[in-house]
Design a protein around this ligand. Structure first.
Ligand code: PLP
Length: 399
């Protein structure tokens, strides 16, 4: 099909829940994707932090091929090798002891919310169910996770929302301390707020929060759906911060190297809140997704990609900052590792459109922020190309 036909078919038959970019992508390799009409782009969106290994990493593709010919799916009522192996890898490389598998970030957070409530009620009594989240957060689109999301624009029209969520400003330890009550079972935060526009937590906040919650017997849930698997320059973002020991962590996105999979990890103490029958997912942890996950996770570690994200992220941020100054129309450059925002004083949607015309795909947030999520395998040369395209697009938009 030609690009136009692909777009018309989707516009006719798929529900209109996305304001789509008028490009039909058909192929990807490394940092590059191609549209149906043969145009090549540098992909700095990576499926929104999913393809951190670049598109179609050969080891992930091979693992999927091999597993697809052997066993695609069996019920979670049976044992299966790939699920156990992936769980072991996750546990051996984090501070957690047990893993529950699902299919997305929202499901991982949903599982985290359920486990936090179940464990806390068991330990402290039925009144202990409230979860404190932060303003500007994003935790998913299911009813519970959009309620956990501290942005009313995602909640409007879906009321009544589930009970038991309350919001405090991000990076404000006093606000959390003041909000904790006998009802509080957990605090749930992103180490870097991604969907809101890439706002990193301060080290004092993360370390102080972990200590505060330990002292008050409140669980710390880290949403690492976007920050996990090397994106920020550590395998998991909490590893940037001294003494931070979360009780529960949700992950998804990059875990499957492009295949849908999510996971919720917890300490053995907190995991004891779940018994057989308490939570389940038909597809969660299926052999195909786990085989992809094993290959992706192994490649991320073997290729030392967290360290590479740190080095390349510093390089990219420095280059982007060098564009700033009077008349640059760049108000801020911020981020952690290869999770970077460029805040503009001109229309970011128009900048992204011009960048696309010059072969670079970038994400726009709130009409004024470019979110840059290149693969962790990106080269200096590709980063230089992106900086040049962005600089040109900003100047043309401002002219
Ligand atoms: N949590 C965070 C921090 C996210 O960035 C996202 C998605 O962008 C989600 C949760 C939801 O993940 P999913 O879209 O896989 O349900």
């Amino acid at each position: 099909m030609k690009g136009q036909e692909i777009m018309e078919q989707m516009d006719s038959y798929v529900m209109k829940t996305y304001a789509r970019i008028p490009v039909a992508l058909v192929r990807g390799q490394g940092t590059r994707v191609w549209d149906a009409d043969g145009r090549e782009y540098l992909d700095f969106m990576t499926g929104l932090a999913v393809c951190s290994l670049g598109h179609c990493h050969p080891k992930v593709v091979e693992a999927i091929r091999e597993q697809a010919g052997r066993l695609l799916h069996v019920s979670n009522l049976f044992y299966m090798e790939p699920q156990g192996t992936l769980a072991r890898l996750l546990v051996e490389n984090s501070c957690f002891d047990r893993v529950f598998f699902c299919n997305s970030g929202a499901e991982a957070n949903e599982a985290a919310i359920k486990l936090a409530r179940k464990y806390s009620k068991q330990k402290y009594g039925p009144g202990r169910y409230e979860i404190i989240t932060t303003e500007r957060s994003f935790h998913g689109r299911t009813l519970a996770t959009l309620t956990a999301t501290g942005q009313t624009k995602y909640q409007k029209g879906f009321e009544p929302l589930p009970e038991g969520f309350t919001y405090v400003p991000y990076n404000d330890l006093d606000a959390v301390a003041a909000r904790i009550s006998d009802r509080t079972c957990a605090v749930m935060i992103e180490p870097v707020q991604g969907e809101a526009g890439v706002y990193p937590a301060s080290p004092e906040y993360m370390t102080g929060l972990s200590q505060l919650l330990r002292d008050r017997g409140v669980l710390l849930i880290l949403d690492e759906v976007q920050t996990g698997f090397g994106r920020t320059g550590q395998l998991f973002a909490y590893q940037h911060f001294a003494g931070v020991t979360p009780d529960i962590m949700s992950v998804a996105k990059a875990l499957g190297g492009g295949v849908a999979i999510g996971a919720m990890l917890a300490t053995s103490e907190v995991s004891s809140g779940f018994e057989p029958g308490n939570h389940a997912s038909t597809f969660g942890g299926n052999p195909l997704a786990c085989a992809a996950g094993i290959a992706a996770f192994t490649a991320i570690i073997e290729e030392n990609l967290p360290e590479r994200a740190r080095v390349m992220g510093d390089y990219f941020q420095a280059k982007l900052r060098s564009l700033m100054g009077a008349g640059s129309h760049i108000a801020d450059v911020r981020g952690l590792g290869l999770m970077i925002a460029v805040e503009l004083s001109v229309d970011a949607t128009e900048v992204a459109r011009r960048a696309r015309e010059n072969g670079l795909l970038v994400n726009v947030i709130a009409g004024k922020i470019l979110r840059l999520l290149p693969p962790l395998t990106v080269t200096e040369d590709e980063l230089d190309q992106a900086v040049a395209v962005i600089a040109k697009a900003v100047q043309e938009t401002a002219a």
